[in-house]
Design a protein around this ligand. Structure first.
Ligand code: ADE
Ligand code: ZN
Length: 331
């Protein structure tokens, strides 16, 4: 059994496997511009974030009904359970669906139906985080937040994703202020392709509690010092970084150095259908590529629960942490 862990950086749309994409395409009468699943997999060669996002948004065309979102989330949860996930904080991109005529209510109700059964079926507790697309205007993000208001009982927080460079966090100051007023937790992608300055801005202007990726914080030693001192968690996604060419090869990923520097690093899968592995696979891959010690792996698992939004259920967090402490890495 893999080490128990929380997954904190997972785009549900990025769990759409080719087989399910074709099944949903057929169910909804959508034609995909690929002959079969093999031809689609052939397209999974990315040169950067944008080249991935182009395919990621195009394939969303098959997601139309609440049932589609339920099936998508159910498939993810089943795979996540096999990989040792005990708690999942799941991103979704309501604007990308709204633009295709799928209202946020359909998305949230569909995902919610799967999440409601997640504990009983898969032994996984869950939270939902709605992300704003940073390459869309801030007004669109604000309108989406407004549209989400009837569903806030199902939504724990807000995030910021999509094409990073040229779209600094400060563009979303008012949206995050409103999210804070509504009692939502705040995270943001920063320092994936964008500069260390975006990480600072996400903290100082948006008031985020975790940084998604944050890789490029390493270019600014005083920022690293601050992240260590303030114990700001980073949700790293090493397989994503290699596939999107932020890092050449996994052996050169700075995860181990980040742990040794005292950063609160966590390991996550980002868009596992596209990047070659779910989160348990990712743990195995970084263990092997970076020769991580059992204690470093335990720290990663502990960090995942410490960084999770479980403040409303501390007893559960303690149970998960006890499972990590009791885990035998066989070393
Ligand atoms: N949307 C889905 N995956 C993403 C990533 N890694 N970065 C930014 N936006 C995303
Ligand atoms: Zn991401």
């Amino acid at each position: 059994m893999p080490v128990p862990k929380a997954e904190l950086h997972l785009h549900i749309e990025g769990t759409l496997e080719p087989e399910l994409a074709f099944a949903l395409a057929e169910r909804n009468g959508v034609t995909l511009p690929y002959a079969d699943t093999e031809a689609l997999r052939e397209a999974y060669r990315f040169s950067d974030l944008q080249s991935f996002l182009d395919l990621y948004y195009a394939l969303m065309a098959v997601l139309r009904t609440a049932e589609d979102f339920t099936d998508l989330a159910d498939a993810y949860l089943a795979r996540a359970a096999e990989q040792g996930v005990r708690h999942a904080e799941i991103f979704f991109d309501p604007q990308a669906h709204r633009a295709r005529g799928v209202p946020i209510g359909v998305v949230v109700e569909g995902l919610g139906a799967a999440l409601d059964r997640a504990e009983e079926r898969h032994g996984i507790s869950t939270r939902l985080i709605m992300c704003f697309l940073r390459d869309e205007p801030a007004e669109s993000a604000m309108a989406t937040l407004e549209a989400a208001k009837p569903y806030l009982d199902r939504i724990t927080g807000v995030g910021l994703d999509s094409a990073e460079v040229g779209h600094p966090p400060a563009k979303f100051r008012e949206v995050y202020e409103e999210a804070a007023r509504l009692g939502l937790r705040r995270v943001a992608h920063a320092g994936e392709e964008g500069p260390a300055e975006y990480v600072r801005e996400a903290l100082d202007v948006l008031g985020v509690e975790r940084i998604d990726h944050g890789l490029r914080c390493l270019e600014d030693p005083s920022l690293v010092e601050r992240l260590v001192r303030e114990r700001v968690p980073l949700t790293l996604c090493p397989l994503s970084n290699v596939r999107l060419r932020a890092v050449d090869v996994l052996e050169e990923h700075p995860l181990r150095a980040m742990l040794e520097a005292g950063l609160v690093a966590t390991v996550n899968s980002d868009d596992p259908a596209y990047f070659g592995g779910y989160v348990g696979d990712t743990f195995d891959a970084v263990r092997d590529a970076l020769s991580l010690t059992p204690e470093q792996l335990r720290t990663l698992a502990r960090n995942s629960f410490l960084a999770s939004f479980l403040e409303d259920d501390e007893a559960r967090r303690e149970r998960y942490l006890a499972e990590v402490s009791a885990y035998d890495f066989g070393a």
